[in-house]
Design a protein around this ligand. Structure first.
Ligand code: HQG
Length: 200
């Protein structure tokens, strides 16, 4: 009987590894390369859910609608969102392809944080933060998130961004559905390098 229960569990629930695989695949398709599976996003970044699922299955990433719902709902960073009737899905931020997320300019907190690593510092100190391959520079309200972002690449260096001053000087800031602050670029004079410089 025990083995039956286990089997049922495997059929009924996804484990963390399966969810991560699908989440990474969705990031690839919905932020960077929809053409990998022959999918087209509309100008606002939306994909048709049925088409996404059928094309994913053809490309060996089988996923049911229920599993997709579970991945979206439980995603640690709430990376994806459905439209009202769940017939469409898109990424909340992080795109490298050009999409219009209809984000409204907002007043940011006085300070925001950016996590990076030492190897980029010479360049950041001379040209500021650039969006690189994405559509925006990504900033966070809290230090911990910036630390996690930096740690993806090694030992995180946390930069404090004078977002309030930037905004007063006319720079636009946007807040994604999942709480990431976005802006086009951060010139050097709005970055506090004090902590970094005191180490060298
Ligand atoms: C650096 C993940 C040299 C910048 C994360 C960063 C985040 C420069 C890298 C989200 C530079 C770009 C975004 C300059 C910036 N010279 N390097 N002038 N300006 N850089 O991945 O902020 O899991 O595009 O410091 O958690 O690291 O995908 O940006 O190190 O939220 O949802 O160039 O991606 O979220 O890297 O990460 P990225 P990011 P997901």
């Amino acid at each position: 009987m025990k083995s039956n229960n286990t089997a049922l569990k495997i059929v009924g629930e996804m484990n963390e590894k399966q969810k991560k695989t699908i989440s990474k695949f969705l990031s690839l398709i919905l932020r960077h390369n929809p053409e990998t599976i022959g999918l087209r996003l509309d100008t606002n970044g939306w994909a048709n859910v049925e088409e996404l699922l059928s094309k994913s299955a053809i490309h060996n990433i089988p996923c049911t609608k229920k599993e997709l719902e579970e991945v979206v709902e439980t995603n640690d960073k709430q990376r994806f969102i459905f439209n009202e009737d769940h017939s469409q899905i898109r990424a909340n931020q992080g795109h490298s392809i050009r999409v219009d997320l209809n984000l409204q300019s907002q007043t940011p907190p006085d300070f925001l944080f950016h996590g990076t690593v030492e190897k980029f510092m010479t360049s950041i100190q001379s040209e500021g933060l650039k969006k690189m391959s994405r559509q925006h520079v990504h900033l966070s309200r809290d230090k911990e998130t910036a630390e996690k972002v930096g740690d993806r690449r090694g030992q995180a260096i946390i930069l404090v961004i004078l977002s309030g001053a930037m905004h007063k000087d006319g720079y636009d800031f946007y807040l994604s559905e999942n709480g990431v602050w976005l802006t086009d670029n951060v010139p050097v004079n709005y970055i506090n390098f004090e902590k970094f410089n005191s180490r060298i």
